[in-house]
Structures are given as C-alpha cells and as structure tokens.
Design a protein around this ligand. Structure first.
Ligand SMILES: Cc1ncc(COP(=O)(O)O)c(C=O)c1O
Length: 433
C-alpha cells in the first residue's frame, strides 16, 4: 500500500496530467479517502476498550454530501448544528439514531424536525430546555435528549475556539456549586434527559484540559445518579476538539494518545456504564486534504518575493484572517505536477482577493515558485472546503476525492467549481428594483 505522502505526490501529478488544474479552474481541493479511512480506523481502535461507542463526524468540518456518505457507509454518525447540516446528514444516509443536533440557536421548526425523526439533541440553555419540554408533550419522540454542559475549565491557546470559559455562549455553565446543583436538580426532575455533552473547544485545547472538562461532566452524571436513585444519564458525548499538527505530516497527538489520557483522568468513561459519543472533525479529516493552486504571477516588492495564486480568503478563511492561529505548510511543484527542482527561495504566498491581508503565509522557504507552477497547501481537509467566504464573487472551489496506488491518482469530483451563472443567480441577476 502506497504511503500517504506518495499518494499525495501522485495526486498532484495526476491533477496536472488530467488537466484538472487549469487557467479556467486554477484552484482545486483534493482529499485522500484512504487517509480518511485510516483515521476512522485509528479512532475506533483508540476507543475500542469502551464497550459501546458512537463516533460522529462534526458536519461543519465537511459539508460535502459524498464525503459524509462515505463516513456514514463506514458506520460513523454525524453531529449537526444547523438545518442545512441536518439536511446534508439525511441526504448522506445517516440513520436518525446516529445524528446529534447541537447548536446554541435551535429554532422551534428545527427542534420539531429533530424530535419527529428521532435524532438526538443536546440542549444548550434553560430556555431551550423549556422549549423541548413543551415539544415533547406534543411529539411522541424516540430522540435521546442531552444537555450540553460548559465545565468552565478555561481556555486553550486560541480564545475564539475555546468553549469552556466564563465568556462562551455555549452550554449550561458550571460556574459554581450553586449552578451545578441547580442543573443536577433540573435533570433529576426530568428523567427523559439521559445524555450529557461537553466540547471544551477545538484546535489549541490541550489533552489534559479536555480531559478535565469531560471529568467534570462525568462527575455531574454521577451526581444525577445519586439524586435520581438510579443511573439516569446513560450516554456521555465527549465532543471533538483533538488538535491537529499543522507543522509536519506527523499525526500528533493521535486518537490513541487522547484515549490514554482520558482513561487515566476519567476511568468511569471506560467502565462500560456509559455509551460514549465522540464528535471529531479536524483530527479526522485535516491531514487528508490539500489545496492546489496555480501560480499566476510572481513579483518582488523591495526585498520581498511574492507568488500570487488563486487560494486565498475564499477557501483559507481562518488562515487569512488569523494567520498566527492557523499557519499552513506549502510545497512547490512544476506545472506538470512534479516536485519543483528550483532552488529554495524565501517567498510569500498571496491569494486572489482584493485586500492586502489575503495571504496564505509569509516567508515560506520552498523551491522558488514561477508562473504556471502549482503550490500545494497542506492539511486542509477539514473546514477549508466547508467554510467558503464569498468575497470578490470568487467561486466556491471544486473538490476531488482521490484514491492512489502511489504512482497515479483516480479522482471523483465531489463538488464542482461554482459557475459564473450560479454566482449571478445568487447575486439576484433576475431581480429588478
Ligand atoms: C459541538 C462541537 N462538536 C464537535 C466539534 C468538532 O471539533 P473539531 O473539529 O475540533 O474536532 C465542534 C467544532 O466546533 C463543535 O462545536
């Protein structure tokens, strides 16, 4: 079996050979399905000592139905956070019992649909709890009802990605003993609440901090057991949030390392008393994906060398707006998709958008990029294809899934490039004022 890096080299060669990266389609996302499969296996193996698990993928990381279907077919569930994501989950064929709805702003129609089809839901606030209580009286539902708890363990290294602080909008917070007891009493009074959920944040949340958050909700579950006189909470949803190493091809930390940390910090999770749900996104998918962009021009500005390509804020939105938090690696290829043999140069890689900050990164030390060359931006399989930014009316980039024997790659288009006609229609072409 060809290794991951060989498959990626083969994919760039085949992109060029099959004219999938051209002047008309100068930026392309690619995703290695074998790498995704390897991560699914790593995830289920890491948690295999827990008798009952449901591994969900966070839909927001991958809003592409063919890929979601690929995950559904391999036994995964899905965590969704909007009506659009819910519809994608259903279109991809996830059975309702493997769908979990999380969102801080669920509308009545959204909750009604969730309860009607029997997907699980994590309540995010006391007001939502009251809404669900009313709707349950009306709908005969099979849905598992959970509560998202903010364990208030503090922030990881990216404040905007941290959700277990005193300043986050997510979940019902355990601010002090009083708020904790109020939540226990609320749950005990409603035996239909059987699941607790925590997600302390994404990228930048350390393993120990995440484990501490999970430990606090497991202890909350045990307080509910004491209050109820029986084990009311039977499912613990530990969220996602395992960080990705964007600095090299190494997968670190691994799911296995995370599971080991959890087993030490929260042994009850592994006791068999709970069904354990996970909701990983980035750690499942990031390393499987890359963005290939043609270099259109190069120029020097004083001492600074720029290569200007077609991947910018429209697809690498977080990297462009928060470069320190989301740095990406880049490799250089000739136009025929072979690794560049040019001498190394220090250069900045810019995107196509009309604002100065539209940079993939600065001062890359890579083989000098020339017009027509291909720059490959690594580790973009999660969030980069699902989070387009519609600036400058740039089209959503096309995405191809690939398999490879290490010498060539076979592509399946899973999202074509948005057409100019579609852009015009979205822009209200038909409307006259
Ligand atoms: C509730 C919830 N679960 C899971 C995830 C997935 O996180 P990650 O992609 O870091 O694994 C997120 C991400 O925002 C989330 O909000």
């Amino acid at each position: 079996m060809a290794d991951f890096v060989d498959r990626r080299y083969a994919a760039v060669r085949s992109l060029a050979a099959e004219s999938l990266i051209t002047a008309e389609q100068p930026v392309v996302g690619i995703i290695d399905t074998e790498a995704v499969e390897t991560q699914i296996e790593a995830l289920s193996w890491a948690f295999s000592s827990i008798p009952d698990t449901i591994h969900l993928v966070a839909c927001k990381a991958v809003t592409l139905v063919p890929l979601l279907r690929f995950l559904a077919d391999r036994g995964m569930g899905v965590e969704v956070a909007s009506p659009g994501e819910f519809a994608m989950a259903e279109a991809a064929g996830f059975p309702p019992e493997r769908i979990v709805l999380d969102s801080p702003a669920k509308t009545v129609p959204e909750i009604r649909h969730c309860l009607t089809v029997g997907a699980a839901v994590n309540i995010d606030s006391y007001q939502e709890l009251a809404r669900i209580e009313e709707l349950r009286a009306e709908i005969d539902t099979r849905s598992v009802i959970g509560v998202r708890v903010n364990p208030v363990v503090g922030s990881g290294s990216i404040g905007e990605m941290s959700t277990a602080t005193t300043t986050t909008k997510f979940g019902i917070p355990l601010i002090d003993e009083e708020s904790r007891q109020a939540l226990v009493d609320t749950i005990v009074a409603r035996p239909w609440i059987t699941q607790l959920h925590v997600h302390s944040g994404s990228q930048g949340v350390g393993l120990d901090l995440a484990a501490e958050g999970i430990s606090r909700i497991v202890s909350l579950a045990e307080s509910v057991t004491e209050g109820a006189g029986f084990q009311q909470i039977t499912r613990i949803d530990i969220g996602g949030g395992l960080s990705v190493n964007f600095g090299s091809d190494e997968i670190t930390p691994t799911f296995h390392t995370y599971a080991e940390v959890l087993e030490r910090a929260v042994p009850e999770l592994f006791s068999g008393r709970y069904t354990v749900l996970t909701e990983f996104g980035r750690s499942l998918l990031a390393k499987a994906g890359s963005i290939a962009t043609r270099i259109e021009y190069t120029k020097n500005v004083g001492q600074r060398a720029f290569a200007i390509g077609h991947a910018g804020a429209q697809t690498a939105t977080r990297t462009v707006f928060m470069p320190q938090a989301w740095p990406l690696r880049v490799s250089a290829f000739h136009a025929d998709g072979t690794p560049s043999r040019n001498p190394n140069r220090i250069q900045d890689l810019a995107g196509p958008c009309c604002f100065s900050g539209d940079m993939i990164g600065r001062e890359f030390v890579i083989p000098g990029l020339d017009p027509g060359d291909i720059a490959l931006i690594h580790d973009t399989g999660a969030y980069y294809f699902s989070t387009p930014f519609a600036y400058n009316a740039l089209p959503r980039i096309p995405v191809y899934a690939y398999t490879s024997d290490g010498s060539t790659a076979k592509f399946t288009c899973i999202r074509r490039q948005q057409t100019v006609a579609e852009l015009l229609a979205e822009a209200g072409e038909d409307v006259r004022l």
